[in-house]
Design a protein around this ligand. Structure first.
Ligand code: MLT
Length: 265
């Protein structure tokens, strides 16, 4: 896996396949491995660039809070290192917050956007307080706090034991420092609705039909902000639609990427 030293961190990323470059940004508290089903199938059709956010997977952390704009700058540094001017950027949940931060910082680097089980609004005061309480709890008791508190909303209510075991393993592989820094960073994110309503880019919104964390009606509201966006609901999936139903998710992503006008591929 290639590595880039940037802004006092070592950033790991996967770069696989040929064709239209598509950067996929993972959710909290996971890693690039949460896109394994995409990395297994899609590089035959497109080039996937999949980083570990700083503080997750094999990327290091240089203190916190890990603001979404900092993660977006890390993603841009990877695109610079690969000499890629503009790409399709997709993000799951927290990865979607990063994609929206990237759209604010450097819209010219965005060929098209894929927003997956995410939302544009910021945390309210109660949400910010909950993030801080969770960060302290994680620091005191470890990653099991997140496995227990998040599993019920990360995957669909009827997710298989194998899916739950996989998600649990991905969470436990991360560090408490990385997780608490990202919790504090997410609490600082701004409202991105202005970015989405001004964005003039092909956009695909994807949501698991059983997502209770960022449910389909929120995705419909988000899609309505973006002119010409497309919305796809993934059956038999909760908040991690790419991991829970990879066949349907991969089909939706492939159709979208291959439908982009030639000059924007
Ligand atoms: C995620 O899946 O990335 C998180 O649930 C996002 C969040 O906590 O807001």
């Amino acid at each position: 896996m290639p590595t880039l030293e940037h802004d006092d961190a070592k950033l790991f990323y996967r770069d696989e396949g040929k064709g239209q470059p598509v950067m996929l940004l993972h959710g909290f508290p996971l890693s690039s491995e949460s896109f394994q089903a995409q990395l297994d199938a899609l590089p035959r059709k497109m080039r996937l660039i999949v980083p570990d956010h700083r503080g997750f997977g094999r990327s290091t952390l240089d203190g916190g809070p890990t603001e979404m704009s900092r993660l977006a700058k890390d993603a841009l540094a990877i695109l610079d290192a690969l000499d890629l001017e503009s790409v399709v950027v997709g993000g799951v949940s927290m990865g979607g917050y990063v994609a929206m931060a990237l759209a604010r910082l450097a819209p010219a680097r965005l060929k098209a956007l894929v927003l997956i089980d995410t939302q544009p609004g910021p945390d309210d005061d109660a949400g910010k307080a909950r993030r801080e309480a969770t960060a302290r709890d994680v620091e005191a008791k470890g990653m099991e706090v997140l496995v227990e508190s998040m599993m019920p909303t990360l995957v669909a209510i009827d997710a298989t034991p194998a899916t739950r075991a996989k998600v649990g393993r991905l969470i436990r592989a991360n560090t408490t420092q990385g997780a608490s820094a990202a919790l504090r960073g997410m609490a600082l994110r701004p409202d991105s609705r202005d970015v989405l309503s001004q964005l003039q880019r092909p956009t695909l919104v994807v949501v698991g039909e059983r997502d209770t964390l960022t449910p389909p009606e929120k995705s419909r509201e988000m899609a309505a902000l973006i002119s010409g966006s497309r919305l796809v609901e993934i059956p038999s999936a909760g908040h991690l639609s790419n991991l829970e139903n990879p066949e349907a998710f991969n089909r939706a992503l492939e159709e979208f990427v291959l439908s982009l006008p030639k000059e924007s591929r």
